[in-house]
Design a protein around this ligand. Structure first.
Ligand code: GDP
Length: 431
């Protein structure tokens, strides 16, 4: 099959290591496109000794050949975007960036609203990063949202802002009894200024991508977060507000879905989770710390310690099904090295019943217990040993690591064509 358009999605709760694989594919891509999420996501890229943390700009920005696109499905905080551009410029990278005029803009009242809604929702809140993502998505659906292109048209921007501002201010103040003091005039002039600064990047990215496709260019559609955070297929309501399954790559970029040929599902060798929700394979705190510290499981954006646990194949199987995953990339296998045995959750026990497919019911998820199969571990590896392993390819990997990979493949029905055993670009094996 022609792999002209590839989608990368997370198969767990995000933080699987999508950044590394996106970066890996970006080397061969003409376009790297974000299709959902906002600056609630974060990728860490390691290039040589340099570490780059990107929240909005696609990972392809580190390659001069690739055009980076922020698609219409992304929600954009222009202030954060300008800061990210300026950070890259300080490091001598001039982003080859285009931003869809159809992407929605996060406004200051969305951030204030996020704060109010998160307190209101309490235990049922998603564990929001409070960057205004849910409120901007709500305004999009209410149909009084502000789009990036509006920032370039002062008259229209003002007309829409009056509606959006008043609606949000009233709810923040009259429903939630919080205060919101930023004036409409102040926001109007601040955001017009952002529009001016971003003008050279704003364009009709959907048409550009279509033309690129016609010209046989290679396009990478880069997802953020992971399947269990998807508002339709994840553990609703403990998720995010923009869909992140592969089908949304078409919606969030304007690329026809039948043009997409390859879907790479990024799967961490264990699981981590930020925020509330049932987490069937979660390790108790006494056991979690070692894995969390070894895997450096602290949020890229927030620094929050992540909950960690064993891999959950009920979750991966669902991700493979709903995203049509064609290839798995199994990440961070080096982090599991040194554990004498490794548990793999193959099904859930819910009230004594064996359940193989992800339940929709939150009640069932709350009481689900993992059914584990236990596999033997492999020894710790230093950097030199990893380099040697990569040189010698898949067959040279420790037998028990291969057994682990092949066990996952058999249980979810997709081949792991990419195996990652370290954070560096070079620490990757292709099969
Ligand atoms: P993303 O949101 O899915 O892109 O994930 P993050 O970038 O937040 O987290 C992935 C982290 O794991 C980053 O710090 C990567 O450098 C690191 N990483 C990726 N792959 C590997 C791997 O195979 N081994 C190790 N040790 N670290 C990895």
């Amino acid at each position: 099959m022609n792999n002209q358009i590839t989608v990368i999605v997370g198969t767990q709760w995000g933080d699987e290591g999508k950044g590394k694989i996106t970066d890996f594919f970006a080397q061969q891509s003409d376009y790297v496109v974000r299709f959902q999420g906002g600056n609630n996501a974060g990728h860490t890229l390691v290039v040589g000794d340099e570490v780059y943390k990107l929240h909005l700009i696609p990972s392809g920005v580190l390659y001069p050949k690739a055009v980076s696109i922020i698609g219409n499905g992304v929600v954009v905080d222009p202030k954060v975007l300008l800061e990210e551009i300026s950070e890259l410029q300080k490091r001598d990278i001039e982003p080859n960036l285009k931003v869809s005029q159809r992407a929605h803009v996060i406004m200051p009242y969305h951030i204030a609203m996020d704060e109010a809604i998160s307190s209101h929702q309490g235990q049922l809140a998603a564990g929001s990063t409070k960057r205004g993502i849910a409120p901007v998505c709500a305004d999009k659906v209410y149909r009084h949202g502000i789009r990036v292109g509006d920032l370039l048209e002062p008259k229209l921007f003002k007309e829409k802002l009056v509606k959006s501002y008043n609606f949000n201010k009233d709810i923040i103040e009259k429903v939630f009894n919080n205060s919101f003091d930023n004036t409409l005039e102040n926001i109007f002039s601040e955001y017009l200024e952002y529009g001016k600064q971003l003008a050279k990047y704003i364009t009709d990215t959907e048409v550009e991508l279509f033309q690129a496709f016609k010209q046989n260019k290679k396009i990478l559609l880069e997802g953020a977060q992971g399947m269990s955070l998807d508002p339709d297929h994840g553990m609703y309501p403990h998720g995010t507000s923009t869909n992140n399954v592969a089908g949304y790559a078409s919606v969030g970029t304007g690329v026809g879905f039948n043009c997409i040929s390859r879907v790479v599902g990024i799967t961490k060798a264990y699981v981590s989770r930020v925020g509330n929700s049932p987490f069937v394979t979660e390790l108790p705190e006494a056991e979690a710390k070692a894995l969390r510290d070894k895997g450096n499981e602290y949020g890229t954006t927030t620094g929050r310690p992540r909950r960690v646990g064993w891999i959950d194949l009920v979750q991966i199987r669902q991700a493979v099904r709903v995203s049509g995953v064609t290839d798995l990339a199994i990440m961070k296998l080096d982090i599991l090295a040194g554990f004498p045995e490794i548990k793999v959750c193959v099904a859930y026990d819910i009230n004594g019943e064996r359940v193989e497919e992800m339940p929709a019911s939150l009640t069932k998820l709350r009481i689900a217990k993992p059914i584990y199969e236990i596999l033997p571990g492999w020894s710790d590896m230093n950097d030199e040993q990893i380099t040697e392993l990569v040189k010698n390819g898949y067959n040279a990997l420790p037998e028990n690591m291969k057994k682990y990979i092949e066990f996952i493949e058999n249980k979810v029905g997709v081949k792991a064509t990419i195996v990652s055993i370290g954070p560096k670009r070079s620490q990757t094996i292709l099969r």
